[in-house]
Design a protein around this ligand. Structure first.
Ligand SMILES: N[C@@H](CCC(=O)N[C@@H](CS)C(=O)NCC(=O)O)C(=O)O
Length: 216
């Protein structure tokens, strides 16, 4: 049995994705907190395992892997059941497009060091977040409407089963709620979020359930 260690932070949405995928796959792992507020991700110890100086980093028998898309795709390849990607190429591309709307279209713009560079003023940061997170989630909603037109019903983000689209969506909505982004015009997206949150794997991976969570 391989030894899995997840270096992560409770409130990091990219870490949250990997925790969900590990929980869905039923994989046990050791949780190691990297405190982003103390900039531990930039320290020598973490950089030795993570060339980007970001979390998450998953080590498997001591070999480090970074970038949440690469990590969850590797988990999918090593542990194909339950499948988090559909079988046919069209549906896979659809799921991966939802993943990328979050992964490259939204999350990088809400990263802590980006916000600090935008402005030290919390109100200006809030305005930036509302704009870019709102814009990205509107694209996600439009993609779900397109898929619905192709005959793909819910309740999950792409069809009746959980996919990587849900693994990426849920942490993004949790962040958006924390940033007070208006989610009222996203009926399909929020239906998928609610459906995922019925499942124990998603509940267990939630930020507030992690050992380094700080009471709000
Ligand atoms: N594309 C990367 C993004 C990783 C990332 O942005 N991590 C954030 C937390 S969600 C981080 O470590 N931020 C620390 C910083 O901004 O210094 C992934 O998907 O793993």
């Amino acid at each position: 049995m391989a030894e899995l260690v997840l270096y992560n932070y409770w409130r990091s949405s990219s870490s949250h994705r990997v925790r969900i995928a590990l929980a869905l796959k039923g994989l046990e792992y050791r949780y190691v907190a990297v405190n982003l507020l103390a900039d531990e991700q930039q320290g020598e110890v973490h950089r030795a395992r993570s060339p980007t100086g970001y979390v998450p980093c998953l080590t498997i028998d001591g070999v480090p892997y970074v970038e949440s898309v690469a990590i969850v795709e590797m988990l999918e390849e090593r542990h194909p059941t339950p499948a988090l990607l559909p079988r046919d190429a069209h549906a896979r591309a659809r799921v991966r497009s939802l993943v990328e709307i979050v992964n490259s279209g939204i999350q990088p713009l809400q990263n802590r060091h980006v916000l600090q560079h935008v402005s030290p003023d919390p109100e200006a940061q809030k305005e930036w977040l509302a704009h870019f997170v709102g814009r990205g989630l509107a694209s996600f909603e439009a993609a779900l409407a397109l898929h619905e037109g192709e005959g793909v019903a819910g309740p999950h983000a792409y069809g009746a089963s959980v996919t990587l689209a849900d693994v990426f969506l849920v942490p993004q909505i949790v962040s958006a709620q924390r940033f007070h982004v208006d989610l009222s015009a996203l009926p399909r997206t929020m239906r998928a979020f609610d459906a995922a949150m019925q499942l124990e794997a998603f509940r267990r991976a939630a930020p507030e359930r992690q050992p380094d969570a700080v009471a709000k």
